[in-house]
Design a protein around this ligand. Structure first.
Ligand SMILES: [Zn+2]
Length: 402
């Protein structure tokens, strides 16, 4: 697989698309003179000059005088760079039991992050807690800096275009206008919503290891289980962004009760809650904490390791038919056991081999998310960063960050 840095960024000719191409070229290439950016992006020198001015005016790009290299008698080549100090986005990830709020710079790097427990399951109360936590985080870490936007990510059925969480059965949410509600609590900031697994695919393309020319099948395994499939930069969404629902696929031999009323669903079988309940019941952990289960497994506890191995094997078996149907270049996994433990990683690959006809002949590369240190914060921030990199001219000059 080629690195993202080798992938060219090409414009379709629209003004804001060209500005997005310039910004994404700068992200991939790092600080560069305008002439280099024109060559790499395929934009004309005049277009690069014009868009550079627009992006500088919006606080997204800065000129880097300290890196001036004089060439002979002419005007110095003053490189451009992303404004990674003054330009920020906010992120809000809503999980089943807690909310993660974060601030990220234009490279997708987390500047600050905080987790707050949910005050129940009422959407208004959860979103108010999230807004308060994000406001406090901004005041503590970046006082005086107005974020360029806020991304909200969660699991379940999430409609990006309307900003609505259509179904999140584990939270009991139905048709919650999360983006609009949160914007109302955040002083009119632009708020965008998307599924956390689609956001993590995009994060991998913008800031991680995926090449946008390739297709990717992604699986998120946490308390919820969600999938995504993207061809190039475009995630397959379907009507109201309903694609990617694998939560209620049946797992042979499982009889764990699911919130949908059935038993043996993939999500119920793999969820953190189920693993924690299991581990408490068998004395592997003492407190009802998934973090403790991971820590115990990292310390070498055989029973805990076995739980993660089995979880990975079930995930691999579920992925098999999807790999057959879609034949992706890459399978992206967001699951802590596969990221940490060799036997879990091997179990996933073996199960994929056994349950897919295609894998034997055309094996996709299986990669673990680059953001396992903080996948939820990165997912949330990337929802806003994706909008910014797609259409940077939508940022109003008066709303520049610093
Ligand atoms: Zn179910």
């Amino acid at each position: 697989m080629q690195s993202a840095a080798e992938s060219p960024v090409r414009s379709t000719g629209h003004r804001s698309d060209s500005a997005g191409v310039l910004l994404r070229t700068l992200l991939r290439q790092g600080p560069s003179p305008r002439s280099t950016l024109a060559r790499l992006s395929g934009l004309s020198p005049a277009s690069v000059t014009g868009h550079s001015a627009s992006l500088i005016m919006r606080g997204l790009v800065t000129e880097l005088p300290e890196a001036v290299a004089r060439t002979g008698m002419g005007r110095p080549h003053m490189p451009l760079g992303l404004n990674t100090r003054g330009a920020l986005v906010g992120g809000v990830h809503i999980a089943v039991e807690e909310t993660t709020v974060a601030l990220l710079d234009l490279r997708g790097t987390i500047v600050a992050e905080q987790t707050v427990p949910h005050p129940g399951t009422d959407p208004s109360a959860i979103l108010r807690t999230a807004a308060d936590a994000l406001t406090d985080l901004m005041a503590a870490h970046t006082p005086g800096v107005r974020p360029l936007g806020v991304g909200v990510a969660t699991g379940g059925w999430v409609d990006r275009d309307s900003g609505i969480v259509v179904e999140h059965p584990m939270l009991g949410w139905h048709d919650v206008a999360a983006a609009r509600l949160l914007a109302g609590l955040l002083d009119g900031l632009d708020v965008h919503l998307d599924s956390h697994i689609r956001a993590l695919v995009r994060a991998e393309q913008l800031f991680g290891r995926l090449d946008t020319r390739h297709s990717v099948l992604a699986l998120f395994v946490g308390n919820v289980v969600d999938a995504a499939y993207a061809v190039g930069e475009h995630a397959i969404r379907g009507p109201r962004s309903g694609a990617g629902d694998v939560a209620h696929w049946h797992v042979a031999g499982s009889d764990w009760a699911c919130v949908c009323g059935q038993t043996g669903c993939l999500q119920a079988t793999l969820s953190e809650r189920r693993l924690v309940a299991d581990a408490l019941g068998t004395g592997v952990i003492r407190d009802p904490s998934f973090d403790e289960l991971v820590a115990v497994a990292e310390a070498g506890n055989t029973a805990a390791r076995e739980m993660f191995r089995e979880r990975a094997a079930i995930a691999g078996r579920a992925l098999g038919p999807l790999v057959d149907f879609l034949n992706p270049d890459t399978v992206l996994i967001v699951e802590p056991g596969v990221a940490r433990f060799d036997e879990a990683s091997a179990a996933l690959r073996t199960a994929l081999d056994e349950c897919s006809a295609v894998v034997r002949g055309r094996r996709p590369s299986v990669v673990v998310s680059s953001f396992m240190h903080s996948p939820l914060a990165v997912a949330a921030g990337t929802v806003a960063l994706d909008v910014l990199y797609s259409d940077p001219l939508a940022v109003q000059p008066g709303k520049k960050a610093a």
